[in-house]
Design a protein around this ligand. Structure first.
Ligand code: AMP
Length: 282
């Protein structure tokens, strides 16, 4: 496995592979790999000839008071894990190599970023769309894999690629969980023992909400009220950022559930902002 830090070197290598007719796969990440990240690499590996994993804690997707400076990292560990998955290039650029001091071009899809994480993290998806577009221009992937844990992000990337005719197939990977149901996240490392013990209740609440809907509840507000109460008692130290039922493609809140619904939550638990979701088919 080659480690590349220079964006132009990556681009030249990928353009060469493209000329040779090789299929390129890309897995964008911010590092501190867990089994969720490795599942994306496993999914991408058989879909391409050359697998590129990017490791870049993208500053433009963090708000001012967020955890950019504290984001966990373990470069040597990540390198070994990416290599073990058969990665060909680990692309780990410096921030200054990705953004010139006078960087001025932004990609944004305001309508899809209005709710859920977009509502509480106003610059987040603009940063994501911009860096992912840059990664697409550098790596020229035929296929790119993203996790459903960040469902809104996946919906936004699909729309970005469709609207701008970017020739890449977007593949979604199901959420990888700990044995007690907690969605794996690099940010779980921030949890204290007590917080970690409460955190699986996020998933349990979502499963109960799905049951409610499967049993006939069609009023979104009733489901949200249930979840609010549930989390107040099961995660007393948590602060709900949002509890929402949205259309899974347009990420617009639903009043009445008449088709597929995505139940999505974000809860601040100590230093960790934890997100999870469940797709409910009716
Ligand atoms: P991150 O490094 O947190 O930005 O995540 C990089 C990619 O891994 C994104 O596409 C995430 O959606 C995906 N991802 C993170 N955690 C999980 C998980 N538990 N299950 C599946 N995909 C995940």
């Amino acid at each position: 496995m080659q480690v590349i830090t220079d964006p132009i070197e990556l681009q030249q290598q990928c353009m060469q592979w493209q000329r040779e007719g090789l299929k390129i796969g890309l897995v964008p990440t911010m590092g501190y790999f867990h089994d969720g990240h490795l599942a994306l690499m496993k999914k991408a590996r058989p879909l391409c000839d050359k697998l590129i994993v990017s490791l870049f804690v993208n500053p433009t997707q963090f708000g001012e008071n967020e955890d950019l400076d504290k984001y966990p990292h373990d470069f040597e560990g990540d390198k070994a894990k990416a290599e073990a998955q058969g990665t060909d290039i680990l692309f780990a650029p410096e921030k200054s190599a990705m953004y010139e001091a006078d960087h001025a071009t932004w990609i944004n899809i305001p309508s899809l970023g209005e709710h859920l994480c977009g509502a509480s993290r106003p610059v987040h998806f603009q940063g994501v769309c911009t860096v992912v577009t840059k990664l697409f221009m550098l790596a020229r992937p035929d296929v790119a894999v993203f996790g459903q844990k960040d469902w809104q992000q996946l919906a936004i990337i699909r729309r970005l690629v469709r609207d701008l005719n970017i020739p890449v197939e977007i593949v979604g990977q199901e959420i990888v969980r700990e044995s007690d149901g907690l969605a794996m996240s690099s940010r779980n490392a921030y949890l204290t023992e007590e917080e970690r013990a409460a955190a699986p209740a996020i998933r349990k609440g979502l499963l109960k909400a799905a049951d409610m809907i499967q049993s006939g509840e069609r009023t979104a507000q009733a489901v949200k009220d249930f979840l609010k109460k549930e989390y107040a008692s099961t995660i007393p130290m948590g602060t709900v950022d949002y509890i929402e039922l949205v259309d899974p493609n347009d990420i617009v809140p639903l009043k009445t559930i008449t088709g597929p619904a995505l139940a999505a939550v974000a809860i601040q638990v100590g230093k960790a902002r934890l997100i999870d979701n469940i797709l409910i088919e009716v």
